[in-house]
Design a protein around this ligand. Structure first.
Ligand SMILES: *Cc1c(COP(=O)(O)O)cnc(C)c1O
Length: 401
């Protein structure tokens, strides 16, 4: 058996089968390039679901990690840590909101936002005890905890995992009146992704976020925006909500906040909301550890100094217009913002996975999302010739099938 097959067998034997990976085994990465155990190179057009906006092993972020590793990695929040202060200030100022609550995974940050919104509802809005309700959107993806899948509409994420957490109302995405209809005295917030990436890069009509902002203001409820995947430059702006010139009450970040090296997530919000959490009421052993904070701070600096959001906007525009030249009966729609692009195939195409498998043999790594969509999300640092080469492969694989 060759090395690749034997390693795949190890994973399938000793690892739980909660993923269905493409059949290749990665060993190294640098920038937008990864290399498998046989020495074959690939362009990474998935970027770890946008955790790699800065590419693999970004030198400056690696240096920040190494420097901090020599000093202090983990110390818990039982003490003040130098880097936690630097990171929190950097992030709060970057977002333009007052305070940061740091966690580790994206799902944890979403759970945190839910807890903050509920407590804010009871303390500041006088919602009846245990009646706080949050409005969510159909086809949402916010992670995998029991509470989060409680408001998922995807049977694959839910089936077999009940009983579920109450306190959520799910309405259709991109429909303002559907949200308006269900707001009542116990509503504390509207919780959404500005682009539904996992659902297949679903982009709402222009003005949707702005209307939600107005609605939330009119009813005195929180607009909670999950930018774990869309944030930090991905859509051609630092945050996707900036395309509509609004600001959320609670911003949820993860993925690329860890610079492509470590997990770190955060909720950012105004003081009058964040202050409802008092010492001991919420936390995480590793949340805001100095190592992750040093990396997160460096990631924000790289985003700004390398002007990656502008880069994503420019390269995304070019890529979309290039893709629009494909003439294939397999394509239903191509849509995207910045470097978050989806190619939706028709039902007769037979699923996006086989195209991703073909692309992998040609040295381009993409991953299907929701059966029929090929997601294109390379690192925002990708060199233009690499982007062009990858896009050309995609065009060829679709055109020649
Ligand atoms: C990935 C993702 C999450 C969950 O993050 P994890 O780190 O996997 O828990 C939540 N929301 C969105 C929009 C995501 O893309």
């Amino acid at each position: 058996m060759n090395l690749t097959d034997s390693l795949i067998e190890k994973v399938e034997t000793f690892g739980a089968h909660n993923y269905h990976p493409l059949p290749l085994v990665l060993q190294r990465g640098s920038g937008s390039n990864v290399v498998d155990v046989d020495g074959k190179s690939y362009l990474d057009f998935l970027s770890c679901y946008s955790a790699l906006n800065f590419g693999h092993q970004h030198p400056r972020i690696v240096t920040a990690l190494k420097t901090q590793l020599e000093k202090l990695a983990v110390c818990s929040r039982a003490f003040y840590a130098e880097e936690f202060g630097y990171f929190s200030e950097e992030l709060a100022r970057f977002v333009g909101l007052d305070m940061v609550l740091a966690m580790n995974s994206g799902a944890e940050a979403c759970e945190t936002a839910i807890k903050i919104a509920r407590k804010w509802g009871y303390e500041k809005k006088r919602v009846e005890p245990d009646k706080a309700n949050i409005i969510c959107l159909e086809n949402n993806f916010h992670g995998r905890t029991v509470t989060i899948i409680s408001f998922s509409t995807d049977p694959c994420y839910r089936d077999g995992f009940g009983p579920f957490t109450p306190g959520f109302t799910v309405v259709p995405f991109d429909d303002i009146s559907a949200v308006e209809k269900v707001i009542d005295a116990n509503t504390v917030g509207v919780f959404l992704e500005p682009i539904q990436a996992e659902a297949g890069i679903l982009i709402p009509q222009e003005g949707y976020l702005k209307s939600l902002r107005k609605l939330c203001d009119a009813h005195g409820i929180l607009l909670m925006v999950d930018e774990i995947q869309t944030g930090l430059g991905r859509t051609g702006a630092d945050f996707c909500y900036q395309h509509e010139n609004i600001k959320p009450d609670l911003l949820i970040l993860g993925k690329s906040l860890g610079g492509g090296l470590l997990p770190i997530s955060a909720v950012v919000g105004p003081k009058n909301v964040m202050e409802v959490i008092k010492p001991g009421q919420h936390g995480s052993t590793f949340g805001g550890n100095p190592l992750a904070c040093a990396v997160g701070k460096a990631a924000l600096q790289v985003l700004r100094e390398e002007r990656l959001s502008d880069r994503a906007a420019e390269m995304g525009k070019k890529t979309l217009s290039k893709l629009s030249t494909i003439k294939s009966p397999l394509i239903k729609e191509i849509r995207g913002k910045g470097l978050l692009i989806g190619i939706e195939l028709t039902a007769s195409a037979g699923g996006a996975r086989k195209y991703c498998e073909k692309l992998a043999t040609r040295g381009v790594l993409c991953k299907e999302t929701h059966d029929n969509v090929i997601r294109i999300a390379p690192p925002l640092t990708i060199e233009e010739p690499d982007l062009d080469r990858g896009i050309d492969e995609i065009i060829q694989v679709i055109s020649n099938t």
